[in-house]
Design a protein around this ligand. Structure first.
Ligand code: ATP
Length: 371
C-alpha cells in the first residue's frame, strides 16, 4: 500500500451483492490505475447472512474495526430471507453500521440515465435528476435501534417508537442544503431543498418540519419548500423532473427511494451513499435479490455508480482532484454504455447480464481519452 492509497474496506455480502461487487471492482481496475495521485487499497471481508449461518456471527468484531479504520467502505448487499435471528429479524448489518459509524445521511441520487427505458411516458421523464437525503439514525427506525424504548409489545399489541431530535434533524438538513448549493454550482437550474414529512399528523415530524424552517433561514441563498409524504408519492409519479434535493425521515426515505428507483428503470440503476461527517459507506440501494441471485443477470450499474459516489466523496474530502475526475468519467461511461444502446439489461427486458454491462461500461471508460 502506498502513502497515497485510500484504504477501502470491501464487503460483498450475500446474494447478488457478491456478483455486482465483482463487476464493480473489475470496472474500477480499468479506471483507477489510469488516474494519477492516488490508488485504492482494498481489504475484503466476509460478513452477512451466509456467514451468520456458518458461524453464528454476521459481522465479526474484526470487520467492524476494519470499517472504523477505513477511508471508505464499498458494500454489496446483505441478508437472506431464510436466514433469521432467533427473534425472527433478518440479518441487516448495514442498519447497525449506519448507527455505529454515525452515517446519518442516506444519499440516493435518482437520475434518468440516457437510453434506459423508463416507465413514465412523459418525455420530461428523461430529465429526472434529484437526490433523496434520508435521515438514517432515528425517525421511525428508532425502535429497531433501541428495542428497550417505549411500551412493551406482546402477542396482541405491538408498538414502534419514532424519534426526532434537534441535533439529528439539523445535521441532516445542513447536509441537504450544502448538497443543493454544490449541485447548483454544477447546474444553475438545480439547488432547491424540499422537506418531506407528515407534520400534520406526527409530533416528531412537526418538530422535523420546524427545524427545517430554521435551517432554511440559515441558508437564504438556497430555495426551500415542503411537501407531505403522501403528496410526494403522487408527485414523484406525476412530475418527478421538478425536484432537486428531498430531505426526509428514515422510513419515508426508505420507501421513496424504491419509488425513485422504479421511475429510473429499477433497483439496478439506483446507487446510494451512507454518509457521516467523516466516514462513508457506498452501496447499491437494492438488496440481495434472492430471486435472481446466481444467474449472472443482476444489473451492476447501481453498484458501479455507488463506486463513483465513493470516488467523488474521497476526492472532495481529501482534495484529490483526480478522484473527483474519476467519478465524472465513470458516470459518463455509464451514460455512454446505455445511451449508445450498447447494452440493454435483463432488468429492462434485454439480454445483457452482469458481466456484459460491466464490460460495456469498462470499454466506454477505455475510450474516454487520456486522464
Ligand atoms: P431489501 O429488503 O434488502 O431491500 P428485497 O429482497 O426486498 O431486499 P431487492 O433485493 O432490492 O429487495 O429486490 C427487489 C426487486 O428488484 C427484486 O425483484 C429483484 O430481483 C430486483 N432487483 C434488485 N436489484 C437488482 C439488480 N441489481 N438488477 C436487477 N434486478 C434487481
Amino acid at each position: 500500500m502506498r502513502k497515497s492509497d485510500f484504504r477501502v474496506v470491501v464487503l460483498p455480502g450475500d446474494g447478488i451483492g457478491r456478483e455486482v461487487m465483482d463487476a464493480c471492482l473489475a470496472v474500477l481496475d480499468r479506471l483507477v490505475p489510469r488516474l494519477s495521485g492516488f490508488g485504492l487499497a482494498y481489504e475484503t471481508h466476509r460478513a452477512g447472512a451466509e456467514l451468520y449461518r456458518e458461524t453464528g456471527s454476521a459481522f465479526p468484531a474484526a470487520v467492524a474495526r476494519a470499517c472504523e479504520r477505513a477511508d471508505a467502505i464499498l458494500f454489496g448487499a446483505m441478508g437472506l430471507p431464510e436466514v433469521r435471528r432467533p427473534d425472527g429479524t433478518e440479518i441487516a448489518p448495514q442498519l447497525d453500521l449506519r448507527l455505529n459509524l454515525a452515517l446519518y445521511a442516506g444519499v440516493r441520487p435518482v437520475r434518468a440515465i440516457p437510453g434506459v427505458p423508463l416507465p413514465l411516458a412523459d418525455p420530461r421523464a428523461r430529465e429526472i435528476d434529484f437526490v433523496l437525503v434520508r435521515e438514517q439514525t432515528e425517525g421511525w427506525f428508532y425502535g429497531r435501534y433501541h428495542p428497550e424504548v417505549g411500551p412493551r409489545s406482546g402477542e396482541n399489541e405491538a408498538y414502534d417508537v419514532g424519534r426526532v431530535t434537534r441535533a439529528g434533524a439539523e445535521r441532516l438538513f445542513d447536509f441537504a442544503f450544502r448538497l443543493a448549493a454544490r449541485r447548483r454550482e454544477r447546474d444553475p437550474r438545480k439547488g432547491r431543498v424540499t422537506c418531506v414529512d407528515k407534520a400534520n399528523v406526527h409530533r416528531s415530524l412537526a418538530l422535523f418540519n420546524r427545524i427545517f424552517g430554521e435551517c432554511a433561514a440559515r441558508h437564504p441563498d438556497v430555495p426551500a419548500d415542503h411537501s407531505y409524504v403522501d403528496a410526494m408519492a403522487l408527485n414523484l409519479i406525476r412530475r418527478p423532473w421538478e425536484y432537486d434535493v428531498l430531505a426526509t425521515e428514515n422510513q419515508f426515505g426508505d420507501i421513496l427511494s424504491d419509488l425513485g428507483a422504479a421511475i429510473i428503470g429499477g433497483m439496478g440503476m439506483a446507487p446510494s451513499g451512507d454518509v457521516g461527517d467523516d466516514r462513508a459507506l457506498f452501496q447499491p440501494a437494492h438488496g440481495t435479490a434472492p430471486d435472481i441471485a446466481g444467474q449472472g443477470i443482476a444489473n451492476p450499474t447501481a453498484m458501479i455508480l455507488s463506486a463513483a459516489m465513493m470516488l467523488e466523496w474521497l476526492g472532495e474530502r481529501h482534495g484529490v482532484a483526480a478522484a473527483v475526475e474519476g467519478a465524472r468519467r465513470l458516470e459518463a461511461a455509464v451514460d455512454r454504455a446505455f445511451g449508445e444502446r450498447r447494452v440493454l439489461a435483463v432488468e429492462h427486458g434485454g439480454r445483457d447480464g452482469t458481466a456484459a454491462i460491466a464490460n460495456a461500461i469498462g470499454a466506454a471508460l477505455a475510450e474516454s481519452g487520456p486522464l
